[in-house]
Design a protein around this ligand. Structure first.
Ligand SMILES: C[S@@+](CC[C@H](N)C(=O)[O-])C[C@H]1O[C@@H](n2cnc3c(N)ncnc32)[C@H](O)[C@@H]1O
Length: 241
């Protein structure tokens, strides 16, 4: 079996054993629906970028929001705003609180929510966005178009769960995040796919780590550019999964 196929098979094994893997992963006691290897990449991105603000669409239990706030606390900089249409799945268990974390209730594409987010991100040097809410293609594409301008040059717009709809898991899902990313990138050349974020092999976000171009930055193997502390190994257009 080829290296690519082995990685793809392991992605399926990990995803399909959900009760032992991503549905039972905890961050400081709170459920977090992420692969540990993706959380590691988040940690590297945050350490290197030192974002002033991280906007997360899709809170659920608050595990990922809490993770992001914890890493920001460790570097002593930045805050998180996490948006969700619901107050959380368990009314008995309030979401984690953190001085660097704020929750907003509403849809990530709602006009009033977007106005609040635009206000919060105005004038900041480094804003990063993570999309992990409704995974239908239509909604993700809407989010990409609504939130892309809040992402600052050199920063990330991370589209979660591009692995569903057969890339390689959950083939029956229908058009989802991967299809939204493909359509978005076909019309927006201000973002590139940072495949170096997939180097730990297991990722729920193949082709989903989008980086906003910096005007004076040449994206190639180990690209040195302004304010860049990240070791970019390779930037390329999305490959098919
Ligand atoms: C996959 S879960 C988020 C998981 C969480 N980020 C984590 O890693 O633990 C998706 C969440 O998106 C929320 N959601 C669904 N549609 C939404 C929308 N239009 N705007 C904001 N949140 C939405 C759901 O209520 C649910 O809590």
């Amino acid at each position: 079996m080829s290296h690519h196929n082995l990685i793809s098979e392991f992605n399926k094994i990990y995803y399909n054993d959900e009760n032992n893997t991503w549905k039972s992963t905890l961050w400081l006691g709170t459920p977090i629906q992420k692969f540990p290897t993706d959380l590691w990449m988040y940690q590297e991105i945050i350490y290197n970028l030192r974002p002033d603000l991280i906007i997360e669409a899709g809170t659920l239990y608050g595990g990922s929001a809490s993770f992001l706030a914890t890493i920001l606390e460790a570097i002593g900089h930045g805050r998180v705003i996490s948006v969700d249409i619901s107050d959380g799945p368990d009314p008995e268990k309030p979401r984690p609180r953190h001085r660097r974390l704020k929750y907003i209730k509403g849809s990530s594409t709602d006009e009033i929510v977007l106005l609040k987010l635009a206000e919060e991100s105005a004038g900041l040097d480094t804003v990063m966005v993570i999309l992990d809410s409704d995974h239908s293609k239509e909604h993700v594409l809407d989010e990409l178009n609504c939130l892309k301008d809040m992402v600052t040059p050199g920063s990330y717009l991370i589209v979660e769960d591009t692995n569903i709809n057969g890339h390689p898991v959950l083939p029956e899902f229908g058009p989802g995040p991967m299809e939204a990313v493909r359509e978005f990138l076909a019309k927006n050349d201000e973002f590139i796919v940072d495949t170096s974020m997939e180097r730990l092999m297991l990722t729920a976000n193949p082709g989903g780590y989008l980086r906003k171009r910096e005007p004076d930055c040449v994206y190639k193997r180990v690209a040195p550019c302004k304010n860049q502390r990240l070791g970019i190994h390779e930037i390329q257009t999305p490959v098919s999964y």
